[in-house]
Design a binder for this molecule. Structure first.
Ligand code: CA
Length: 222
């Protein structure tokens, strides 16, 4: 996950960066609004943490401009101002959430994770480990890039993700995913599982698809 931190107070920016890095996030920091606008126009982020009070261009203005440019990246405004009219202004500028200073990192982290999950869900993404499956484009998005899955590998992975921690038999997979009646000579399930396993193992050391002897397969992602 990649987060842009826009904050002119160096101490706060450094502390946020360090804490997010410790949590495994990739971070970038901008100290003013115009720098942030330039970076946002060129790079992709999973979320933007945006301070309200910035020199020259305010956080609210930055947020308005990126929404006007049709950028839907989730934005959380950081604000020291806690009165209700400012909260309304924060949400009216297109921010998804706001956090009042002073804050604890735990609170920021919880809000960030919740918002990223909500956004991915609305974008038709199913997340697992450090990957996500895009239900619209049928691509598997990983930290190192994305690959388009062949139709049945996509359908199978989607089925596994929706049925995690449950053993599914070849018969059930054949009927639910392929819409075919299973016969002992049917090997599409084995072949597709094998290909999908190979692909997933290129991106993770985790063995997601476990074979359960005599019963079928079990998909575990954590
Ligand atoms: Ca500030």
């Amino acid at each position: 996950m990649r987060i842009l931190i826009v904050e002119d107070e160096k101490k706060i920016a450094d502390s946020l960066r360090k804490n997010f890095n410790d949590e495994g996030f990739d971070t970038k920091v901008c100290f003013d609004g115009s720098d942030a606008l330039e970076v946002i126009s060129k790079e992709k982020f999973d979320l933007i943490l945006l301070d309200w009070r910035l020199p020259e261009i305010t956080g609210v203005e930055v947020c308005k401009r990126i929404r006007n440019a049709n950028n839907r990246t989730p934005v959380i405004l950081l604000t020291a101002l806690s009165n209700i009219s400012n909260k309304v202004e924060a949400l009216n500028c297109g921010a998804d959430d706001y956090i009042t200073k002073p804050f604890s990192f735990e609170e920021v982290l919880a809000r960030v994770n919740a918002l990223i999950r909500r956004y991915k869900f609305s974008q038709n993404m199913i997340e697992f480990e450090k990957m996500s499956l895009n239900l619209i484009t049928h691509t598997l998005e990983t930290e190192t890039g994305s690959i388009k899955l062949p139709e049945m590998e996509f359908e199978l992975l989607k089925y596994f993700l929706e049925n995690q921690d449950r053993i599914v038999s070849r018969e059930v997979l054949c009927e639910d995913v392929w819409k075919l009646k299973y016969t002992p000579t049917t090997n599409v399930v084995e072949v597709t599982v094998k290909n999908l396993r190979k692909k997933l193992e290129e991106y993770s050391s985790n063995k997601f698809i476990k074979s359960v002897y005599g019963e079928g397969y079990l998909f575990i992602s954590n």
